[in-house]
Design a protein around this ligand. Structure first.
Ligand code: SF4
Length: 371
């Protein structure tokens, strides 16, 4: 069975430096004026030389977004079900070695939190756990999904990689979307930052979106944790992966996220810094390369930056997010430091108002999940 791993191997030893050195101004202008781009055109837009074309790229990305999505931004909210994890990822606060308080939400609290969140208006929810099949087995996720289905029209899971059969079970239970980040596509760096645990298996993780798509999931969101490795390389492979999924699974909506490494408990030095300007170039390049691609932006980014990125290609926005287990409950029973720091702490009302005043329409629901 073919998977993205075999596509990745074809490009594994690609000479990025040679390619970037060969890019002229003419190449960039030619790519910006094209209607249909190939993966090398994408890399051209991502080149250091293209940084001086960001204004022209922004105009095109804006036009392409309006043509394909209109002026709408889908709002969603994350819910952390548990922070137990048996992996040792060097960059994460939930790393099994970190001495933090571990929690798992009771089903009663999941219901209570679902009520509180849905009262605010949210209809799309993203549920997250660390990787612990012992503490958060598929049966627990299924029970939570059964409760959440009563309150939300779309349920996305960001949990450990599952087998195809397990995805089928969860799709049947009401899950329509998955988010799974490869973190870094560079196998050597991947091995270095995943110190131990099942997540060390690079190929199994890389093939996860293939398994989920075969199992009938409707929406797949992928990405790299920007900064873990040379960001231009990781963004290139993310785009290659997104295009592969879109071409192979025509009825699946494919999206990307562009998370940058944030401070957390434990010390980790990113390999490369991704500036705000770099982030803009990444978003513009994605939008011009894949006009129908969903692009999400989380509250990892500051309010100002999020405001400015709206017209450039973003389609999904999280709001009022907590990265703590039980983070929305009124009585904070779960003592938790969170997976990463949130930078945009505005209320949902403030975000809705900002989206409207930018000339866009915030939406809470883009489909009804009927199975
Ligand atoms: S990134 Fe995920 S798998 Fe790795 S330690 Fe954090 S929660 Fe666990």
């Amino acid at each position: 069975m073919t998977t993205f791993y075999y596509e990745y191997i074809r490009y594994r030893n690609f000479n990025f430096e040679g390619f970037f050195n060969s890019i002229s101004d003419y190449d960039i202008e030619r790519v910006i004026s094209k209607d249909k781009l190939n993966i090398y055109d994408f890399l051209t837009l991502l080149s250091p030389n293209a940084e001086k074309y960001l204004e022209i790229m922004a105009q095109k990305a804006h036009r392409v977004t309006i043509q394909n999505f209109g002026r709408v931004i889908l709002l969603y909210i994350p819910m952390y079900l548990a922070n137990y994890c048996i992996n040792k990822c060097a960059y994460c606060g939930y790393n099994a070695d970190n001495k933090i308080k571990r929690n798992i939400m009771s089903i009663e609290d999941v219901r209570h939190e679902a009520e509180l969140i849905s009262q605010k208006g949210f209809r799309h929810i993203l549920i997250l756990t660390g990787e612990s099949r012992a503490k958060t087995p598929v049966s627990y996720i299924k029970t939570c999904v059964a409760v959440l289905k009563e309150y939300f029209s779309s349920i996305c899971i960001e949990i450990y990689p599952l087998k195809e059969k397990e995805y089928e079970e969860l799709v049947h239970a009401g899950v329509d979307s998955i988010t799974i980040y490869q973190e870094t596509y560079d196998e050597k760096t991947y091995d270095e930052v995943h110190l131990s645990g099942p997540k060390k298996n690079y190929k199994y993780r890389l093939e996860t979106p293939d398994r989920a798509c075969r199992a009938g999931i409707k929406n797949v969101n992928i990405g790299a944790l920007l900064g873990l490795n040379d960001w231009r390389k990781d963004v290139f492979y993310t785009a290659l992966h997104a295009k592969y999924l879109q071409d192979k699974y025509g009825d699946v909506d494919v999206g990307v996220s562009v998370p940058r490494i944030k401070p957390h408990i434990g010390a980790f030095q990113p390999k490369s810094n991704v500036s705000d300007k770099n982030l803009v170039q990444i978003i513009l390049s994605f939008r011009i390369f894949m006009p129908r691609l969903g692009i999400s932006l989380s509250t990892r980014e500051s309010a100002d930056l999020r405001n400015n990125l709206i017209p450039l290609g973003i389609t999904k926005f999280s709001a009022e997010s907590s990265t703590k287990v039980g983070g929305y409950l009124e009585e904070k029973e779960y003592e938790d430091s969170g997976q990463f720091e949130v930078s945009d702490n505005r209320s949902l009302e403030e975000i809705v108002e900002m989206i409207r005043s930018s000339g866009y329409q915030p939406i809470f629901k883009d489909w009804e999940n009927v199975i």
